[in-house]
Design a protein around this ligand. Structure first.
Ligand code: NAD
Ligand code: AHE
Ligand code: ZN
Length: 369
């Protein structure tokens, strides 16, 4: 079938709206009509050319929601009409990783996903007879996409897809980083670096967890108001303080953060995020995605003296198990999605979403098909 997609022909070029060819679902696959998709910083990161797994031409997008149109042979858990959120971290429930109970990082299809193809090694998308790569196993910048059954979370019918699409990445990642990865406890002091869709959701997660101080750090002063609304207790603009940021934060938290979260993707800030943690027990959670070839460093003494560096993908969330519950939280008013949406737009305007992100003028743009 012909579908409308925003095609990334090569790195650093604007997306091009095209009618592309999409093959139907094969065994274990599902055809989904995407109704809405958010634009995450990771889409911009891959488009920038900094992603070692960035393959072109491709159809980006990994923060979508839609409706099942057709299921391939062998698909048992989904049927036509089901509301779904595509998962870039699938949940096969059979692999060593799924069965470990220690991680959400299902590896059943990770290799082919990283190569931009479906589990059978081929792509369902093409343009003028030339193969287009899938992206993160989801490719939600198209009004129809094909996704493996194990990479779809079925959600309740009454959830507004133009809102809950953001649970496909940024909001779930931020809240999950706090609850699943850090396991923040009542009374903890938390520092969040970068107040985009992810960092602001760390703030909401920290508030839900009962944190004491929730300190937001961002160089964009316009992030302060929404941070405060979501539960931030202190805002720090590194450009406005006197002296170095790390001692400033250690002093502000009376010894250091119990937990810090890097939600930018900047390796220099990752170091500051570790070093502002409390001696003896503070933990820094890396959420931001850094470019190819970049590395983090610190004095090993920082670790010897009890600080921990860890990371999180999709906030440690097992999508098929957890997303229905997180959608319920939204429907019950426990988490805020609406205030993080700064723009709705048609797919024809998707390049504007990237511009707004780079100009610091958006939190999340949502494309509605
Ligand atoms: P975003 O662009 O919306 O937000 C980034 C924020 O960081 C902005 O508010 C910006 O002003 C701020 N910032 C930039 N440089 C800064 C600096 N030097 N000091 C302080 N603040 C600074 O991005 P997002 O969509 O919220 O994503 C954040 C990061 O998380 C990205 O790297 C993204 O790729 C990554 N991410 C990771 C996961 C995961 O599963 N690990 C999931 C989603 C996103
Ligand atoms: N392809 C990059 C890594 C990108 C990355 O870290 N992706 C995160 C999700 S970001 C969502 O906005 C993730 O889930 N990683 C786990 C995984 O298995 O990819 C690279 O550096 O190669
Ligand atoms: Zn994302």
């Amino acid at each position: 079938m012909k579908v409308k997609a925003a095609v990334a022909h090569s790195a650093k070029q604007p997306l091009s709206i095209e009618m592309v060819d999409l093959e139907g679902p094969k065994e274990g696959e599902v055809l989904v009509e995407i109704k809405a998709t958010g634009v995450c910083h990771t889409d911009a990161y891959t488009l920038s050319g900094a992603d070692p797994e960035g393959l072109f031409p491709t159809i980006l997008g990994h923060e979508g929601a839609g409706i099942v149109v057709e299921v391939g042979s062998g698909v048992k858990s989904l049927q036509k009409g089901d509301r779904v959120i595509p998962l870039y971290v699938p949940e096969c429930r059979h692999c060593k990783f799924c069965l470990s109970g220690k991680t959400n990082l299902c590896q059943a299809i990770r290799e082919t996903q990283g190569k931009g193809v479906m589990p059978d090694g081929t792509s369902r998308f093409s343009l003028d007879g030339k193969m287009l790569h899938h992206y993160m196993g989801t490719s939600t910048f198209a009004n129809y996409t094909v996704v493996p059954e194990i990479a779809l979370a079925k959600i309740r019918e009454d959830a507004p897809l133009e809102k809950v699409c953001l649970l496909g990445c940024g909001i779930t990642t931020g809240i999950g980083a706090v609850i699943n990865t850090a396991k923040v406890q009542v009374g903890d002091n938390v520092v969040v670096f970068g107040l985009g869709g992810v960092g602001l959701s760390v703030i909401q997660g920290a508030k839900l967890a009962g944190a004491n101080m929730i300190i937001g750090v961002d160089i964009n002063p316009n992030k302060k108001a929404l941070g405060k609304k979501l539960g931030m207790t202190n805002f720090v603009n590194p450009k406005e303080i006197e002296g170095d940021l790390v001692p400033y934060l250690v002093n502000l938290t009376n010894g250091g953060a119990d937990f810090s979260f890097e939600c930018i993707g900047n390796v220099n800030i990752m170091r500051q995020a570790l070093e502002c943690c409390h001696k003896g027990w503070g933990t820094c959670v890396i959420v931001g995605v850094a470019g190819a070839g970049e590395e983090i460093s610190t004095r090993p003494f920082q670790l010897v003296t009890g600080r921990t560096w860890k990371g999180t993908a999709f906030g440690g969330t097992k999508g098929r198990r957890d997303l229905p519950k997180i959608v319920d939280w939204y429907m019950e008013g426990k988490i805020n999605i609406d205030d993080l949406i700064t723009e709705f737009m048609p797919i024809e305007d998707i390049n504007k979403a990237f511009e707004l992100m780079h100009e610091g003028k958006s939190i999340r743009s949502v494309v509605i098909f």
